[in-house]
Design a protein around this ligand. Structure first.
Ligand SMILES: CSC[C@H]1O[C@H](OP(=O)(O)O)[C@H](O)[C@@H]1O
Ligand SMILES: Nc1ncnc2[nH]cnc12
Length: 306
């Protein structure tokens, strides 16, 4: 950590919120302080804000693109973001994202809880902690946490007038330019329902770090497949970001206590199952493991490999 860090500030923080486009602050929560940890993968996108809900639940908040949106999706330091959250004790991440809709029935300002991902990033984002002489392969068949998704869905009624969709497939493109019409039609033909530029490698790194992860997608546009609509533009996206982020903040006031309660009661079986899951995922033989890399991994998964 850089500067003096009061570990008490984040001592019992188990839930982190990652805010995407339009969700740069949780200004309905009380700010307790901020930290700027330096991880073996560098600094996170911005300072991590420790906040408290009106009923006294502490959470960590991180703006994915930085406050002021100075990082494009390919530049987000996802390894530092996830490592820093893990290091302070986070067990669950609720990640918010502005997405395009590839389906008629998913309208702008609808919320979507995806269950699957199709990867259309281009391999230019550092996307694993297991490299440079320490190879591991973690399971990623189900990239999101169904139990978290169920809790969020159950609280959805606090967002008046917002339709929630579940069990959808999210395609993650590289960007930063939006898709061509041919790509947009192709993603629809593949069975994809929504599109963004941010879920990867974030979700994969959370799995490597043994953190339960669910993305809450907030629809802003119909991308460019729909003939009766203008093709997506930043202007069109921004037109819906304000309403979406107001709804996200309302939703969190209900979801944070519900997730805390489930965590404390040991009801999140999927989160519990992640603890220790990667201890034996390393396939590199002990004598061939790179000591420097093991040292970095000690920050993320202490006591696992050293
Ligand atoms: C501003 S439109 C494209 C941009 O918005 C989404 O960001 P985030 O997922 O962080 O909300 C999308 O993934 C793109 O990065
Ligand atoms: N149409 C779109 N494509 C990719 N990312 C987006 N985020 C919001 N709308 C998007």
């Amino acid at each position: 950590m850089t500067g003096p860090v009061n570990a008490d500030l984040y001592s019992d923080v188990k839930i982190a919120i990652i805010g995407g486009s339009g969700l740069y602050h949780l200004d309905n929560l009380k700010v307790l302080g901020e930290i700027n940890p330096e991880t073996p993968w560098g600094h996170p996108s911005d300072k991590i804000i420790i906040s408290e809900t009106p009923d006294g639940h502490k959470i960590a908040f991180l703006a994915r693109h930085g406050r002021g949106h100075f990082l494009n999706p390919s530049e987000v330091p996802a390894r530092a973001n996830i490592a820093a959250l893990k290091h302070i004790g986070v067990e669950v991440i609720l990640a918010f994202s502005a997405v395009g809709s590839l389906r008629e029935e998913i309208k702008p300002r609808d919320f979507v809880l995806p269950s699957q991902i199709v990867d259309r990033t281009k391999g230019i984002r550092p996307s694993t902690y297991f490299e440079n002489g320490v190879t591991a392969h973690v399971g990623f068949a189900d990239p999101f946490d169904k139990e978290l998704s169920d809790i969020i869905f159950a609280q959805g009624n606090v967002c008046e007038g917002v339709t929630f969709h579940t069990n959808k497939t999210l395609v993650c493109m590289e960007g930063p330019a939006f898709s061509t019409r041919a790509e947009s039609h192709m993603y629809r033909s593949w069975g994809c329902d929504i599109i963004n530029m941010s879920v990867l490698p974030e979700a994969k790194l959370a799995r490597e770090a043994e953190i339960g992860y669910q993305m809450v997608c907030m629809s802003t546009d119909y991308d460019c497949w729909k003939e009766t609509e203008e093709a997506v533009s930043v202007e069109a996206v921004i037109a819906n970001l304000g309403a979406n982020s107001d709804n996200a903040k309302k939703l969190l006031l209900a979801v944070i206590p519900a997730v805390t309660k489930a965590l404390d009661a040991g009801e999140l079986k999927s989160v519990a199952a992640l603890q220790g899951a990667n201890k034996y995922a390393v396939i590199t033989s002990k004598e061939k493991r790179n000591a420097e890399q093991l040292k970095k991994l000690e920050y993320l998964l202490p006591g696992y490999f050293i």
